[in-house]
Ligand binder design. Structure first.
Ligand SMILES: Nc1ncnc2c1ncn2[C@@H]1O[C@H](COP(=O)(O)OP(=O)(O)OP(=O)(O)O)[C@@H](O)[C@H]1O
Length: 637
């Protein structure tokens, strides 16, 4: 959707001129600036995402860090080389210190001292360079991977059928897109690399310790390593459970938040603010508790390993001092050994922190994997063909369906709707009228039986080709934040302004739009809040008119419109229903009476079919409904 002043905004200025839109050109004094900006304008390459209606993500259930990074293997290799350089150059310090002390200070050799100082500087510069380059490279990789993943998750959300959205809260889905992906970003940007650096440092330092002095190194291994191993195993088990709970609870917090925001008007109207606040406190309370728990685990492991490390260093200082006194070790060697020992324990500390990041990233991967691995209920058949342009004959052939397969909502329905016919579904609330319509639009597939259009089983045709020929006007039309024009052109984005005005004329909205200060460019707020409910419905009808579908499914609004709006909508309907097959889910019998035939649905079955007059004369369910309706109408009058 484009926004007011569209055409690509500032950077689209040249294109807008080329497209023949009124455009005065860039003032010459600003041209150089514009060119400069255009030259630095980043490109957004198309992420490699395949979108096909109703086809699951081909690789979704195998999501892993390795697979995510694989397309960027060359950059990852470069990052790996930089990590090795960084880990190695960092360890030059203690060795240079030893040479400085033993061969420089103690031997009183100023030349060696200067050489050591220069070597120190070079190693520092090398470390700095490797570090800067590594941060840049890993930042890039993380940004690319996350961009791909965001688009991939969004594509999957577009692909999933409606059953998924009934079962999953919007807030939980938002968590996948926000906090889970951010966790992964952190892991990729810094976590994994630090993991590698610290791990590598430990290996390098262990090797150095052994080459320095085997006895001291062995004492270190015997004293410290077993304790650290036991502590780490405990931490691994405790924290992985903790982080799954953290992810579940943050999802609950966001779900509650998003629901409250969506229902803010109802919440206010029913004075539920206090209750909602209390409820949210409970939800955030659970999140708080899981955070405290994981914090407690970290607080035991982090300082615990530090204490073990310092105690080990103390013991080695005592043992080493004895060895220096006995002439088995030089002072420089002892200092270097202790410095290396520090460099041995420091990565352990860091690895603890990093392990938390890693755990969080892994639990995010688990959640994202399950989302990407979800198969839509409505899946396109492998050999599905394009539905050719249809006349609009709809057939329900012994259709049974239930949202939950154990409880059918539609049972054994058979019905033929002729091309061009308008059929109204009427019946008590919850009877299954909307569900029947949802089967025609293939939002769901029947559990048994078939739904056909012009003899084509909907399961055998490509979903896109079906929906292109269908128009749906829901009971509560949804408008997107953006210009009115784009909202009307929603199903036919290429329509010209003339066509948009023709649609507005057909539904009687011309005057309303002309009265708006910016006409078609008027921005409607999120969900169309800035329009009245009648206007929203007319916009939805204009949308359907513009798309000119062969088959129209229209869920009549039950909102109380004033008489003038109601008349307008009824007139708009008359225009819209002409020359196309239409299914009207009629809540008002006055609307049902417009139809060629009325189908009475009760408890998931069709109980009567006929014209208004036929059904009134039949003395059945419809007769009762009609009698109730006329007596109510009389009372109102
Ligand atoms: N997404 C869903 N998941 C589970 N059950 C559902 C879902 N949508 C509807 N139902 C159930 O299916 C039954 C039929 O619902 P449907 O919306 O088709 O009724 P309707 O006749 O259109 O009602 P109304 O006139 O109130 O719109 C109801 O019992 C309803 O509770």
């Amino acid at each position: 959707m484009t926004f007011p002043g569209g055409g690509g905004g500032m950077f689209g200025a040249g294109r807008a001129g080329a497209a023949g839109l009124p455009f005065a050109g860039v003032p010459s004094e600003m041209q150089a600036g514009v060119d400069k900006l255009l030259a630095t304008e980043p490109e957004h390459p198309e992420p490699e995402v395949v979108f096909e209606h109703g086809r699951p993500d081909p690789d979704g259930s195998r999501l892993s860090l390795r697979r995510l990074v694989r397309p960027y293997w060359a950059m990852s290799l470069l990052a790996g080389v930089l990590v090795v350089v960084e880990a190695l150059t960092l360890q030059a310090g203690p060795k240079l210190t030893q040479i400085g002390i033993d061969d420089g200070i103690i031997a009183r050799n100023f030349g060696v001292l200067v050489l050591v100082a220069v070597a120190f500087l070079v190693s520092l510069l090398l470390t700095g360079f490797a570090q800067a380059a590594r941060v840049k490279v890993t930042g890039r990789i993380a940004a690319w991977v996350m961009n791909d993943l965001r688009v991939r998750v969004f594509t999957q959300l577009q692909r999933l059928s409606l059953d998924f959205y009934t079962g999953e809260k919007a807030g939980v889905i938002m968590t996948r897109m926000t906090s889970d992906i951010e966790n992964l970003q952190q892991l990729l940007q810094d976590g994994l690399v630090q993991f590698a650096i610290q791990g590598l440092t430990m290996v390098v330092v262990t090797a150095i310790l052994f080459t320095f002095d085997v006895r001291l190194a062995l004492i270190t291994v015997v004293l410290v390593v077993p304790i650290l191993t036991v502590m780490s195993l405990w931490f691994h088990r405790a924290s992985s459970k903790g982080y799954i709970r953290v992810r579940d609870n943050i999802a609950a917090v966001l779900a509650d938040l998003s629901e409250s925001l969506q229902g803010v008007r109802i919440v206010t109207a029913h004075n539920r603010q206090r209750h909602n606040t209390e409820h949210h406190r409970q939800v955030t309370g659970r999140y708080y508790e899981t955070n405290v728990q994981t914090g407690r685990i970290n607080s035991i492991y982090g300082p615990g390993t530090q204490v073990v490390g310092v105690a080990g260093q103390l013991a080695l200082l005592a043992i080493g001092a004895g060895m220096v006194a006995a002439g088995q070790l030089t002072i420089g060697e002892l200092v270097a050994f202790l410095l290396y020992l520090g460099a041995f324990f420091q990565p352990i500390q860091q690895l603890v922190q990093l392990y938390s990041t890693y755990q969080q990233g892994q639990s995010s991967i688990t959640k994202l994997k399950s989302l990407l691995g979800t198969t839509p209920d409505v899946v396109e058949a492998p050999g599905a063909v394009d539905l050719p342009p249809v006349q609009g004959q709809i057939t329900f052939d012994d259709v049974t369906f239930g949202y939950d397969s154990s409880r059918p909502v539609i049972s054994g329905v058979s019905l033929d709707i002729r091309a061009g016919e308008t059929v109204a579904f009427v019946g008590p609330t919850g009877a299954g009228k909307s569900t029947l319509a949802k089967l025609v639009t293939r939002f769901y597939d029947p559990t048994s039986g078939r739904v056909l259009i012009d003899g084509h089983d909907l399961r055998d045709v490509r979903i896109e080709s079906l929906r292109r020929q269908l128009g749906v006007v829901p009971q509560e039309p949804f408008l997107f934040a953006g210009p009115l024009r784009d909202n009307i052109r929603f199903a036919s984005p290429d329509a010209s302004d003339d066509e948009v005005w023709a649609a507005l004329r057909a539904v009687g909205l011309v005057e309303v739009v002309e009265r708006m200060p910016q006409g078609l460019d008027t921005v409607v707020q999120e969900r169309g809040q800035s329009l009245s409910s009648g206007e929203r419905q007319l916009v939805a009808l204009a949308r359907a008119f513009l798309a000119q579908p062969r088959v129209l499914v229209l869920d009549e609004a039950t909102s109380n419109l004033d008489l003038q709006s109601e008349t307008k909508i009824e007139d708009a309907l008359d225009v819209l229903l002409e020359q196309r097959t239409a299914i009207l889910i009629a809540h008002r019998l006055s609307t049902a009476m417009k139809a060629d035939r009325i189908v009475v649905v009760d408890d998931g079955r069709i109980v009567e079919v006929g014209s208004h007059d036929q059904l009134v004369a039949a003395g059945g369910k419809y007769t009762q409904m009609y009698a109730t309706w006329t007596s109510q109408a009389a009372e109102v009058h």
